[in-house]
Design a protein around this ligand. Structure first.
Ligand SMILES: Cc1cc2nc3c(=O)[nH]c(=O)nc-3n(C[C@H](O)[C@H](O)[C@H](O)COP(=O)(O)O)c2cc1C
Length: 192
C-alpha cells in the first residue's frame, strides 16, 4: 500500500496517461476573490512533485487577479476512464521567472505569440481584432525569439490536503485523504 501521496499521484497519473482519450493533465482550478466569491476553470498541469502542482497562465486574467487577492486554490482531476478523482488544496505561489521562462521557451512559437496577443479574460470586440493582434505580434517578433511576456507566468499549488477518490461497487467508494503535518503526511479515510 502506497503511503506517499506523490508516489500515489504518479501512479494514478501514469494510468490516466494510458487510458484518457486526451489531456490527462487537465485539471479544474478553483479560486476565490477577497470577498470569497468562487470561480473555476480548467488548466493544464505542467509540473508536479512534493513542492507542488504547477500551471501557467496570464497574471492579468480573472484567475490571476483572484490569486493576487487570495493566494489559495483547489485543483481537481477527474479521470473518467478510471472512474477516479484527485482533489488538491493549498496555498499558491508564483514559480520563479527562470522556471517560467524555460517553460515558455519550450512552447510552440504559435502559443508564444498567442500569449502576447491575448488579453486573457478581458472583453474582446470581435474575433477579427484578436487575429489582427496575433498578426501584429508575428511581425513584431519576426526573425527573433519570442520572449516571455512579463504578465505571463506559472503558479504552484503547494498542497495541504490531497484526496484520492476511487469508484467502488455499490457506491462504497474509497476516499484516501492525505493531510500535511509539517514535513510529513498523515493518511486517513473518509466516508464516501
Ligand atoms: C482542457 C483545458 C485546458 C486549459 N488549460 C489552460 C492553461 O493551462 N492555462 C490557461 O491560462 N488557460 C487554460 N485553459 C483556458 C481556461 O479554462 C480559461 O478559459 C482561461 O484561463 C481564462 O480563465 P479566467 O478568466 O478564469 O482567468 C484551458 C481550458 C481547457 C478546456
Amino acid at each position: 500500500m502506497v503511503t506517499d501521496p506523490f508516489q500515489l499521484f504518479d501512479e494514478w497519473f501514469a494510468e490516466a496517461r494510458a487510458t484518457e482519450p486526451n489531456d490527462p493533465g487537465a485539471m479544474a482550478l478553483a479560486t476565490a476573490d477577497a470577498a470569497g466569491d468562487p470561480s473555476v476553470r480548467m488548466v493544464l498541469l505542467k509540473g508536479h512533485g512534493p513542492e507542488g502542482f504547477v500551471f501557467y497562465t496570464n497574471d492579468e486574467s480573472e484567475k490571476g487577479r483572484q490569486l493576487k487577492e487570495n493566494p489559495r486554490a483547489a485543483l481537481l482531476f477527474h479521470w473518467k476512464s478510471l472512474r477516479r478523482q484527485v482533489r488538491i488544496e493549498g496555498a499558491v505561489e508564483r514559480v520563479s521567472d527562470e522556471q517560467a521562462g524555460a517553460y515558455f521557451a519550450s512552447r510552440s512559437r504559435d502559443s508564444q505569440l498567442g500569449a502576447w496577443a491575448s488579453d486573457q479574460s478581458r472583453p474582446l470586440e470581435s474575433r477579427d481584432v484578436f487575429e489582427a493582434r496575433y498578426e501584429e505580434m508575428k511581425r513584431r517578433f519576426d526573425g527573433q525569439d519570442v520572449p516571455r511576456p512579463p504578465h505571463w507566468g506559472g503558479y504552484r499549488v503547494v498542497p495541504q490536503r490531497i484526496e484520492f477518490w476511487s469508484d467502488r461497487p455499490h457506491r462504497l467508494h474509497e476516499r484516501r485523504l492525505f493531510t500535511r503535518e509539517g514535513r510529513a503526511w498523515r493518511e486517513g479515510l473518509l466516508y464516501p
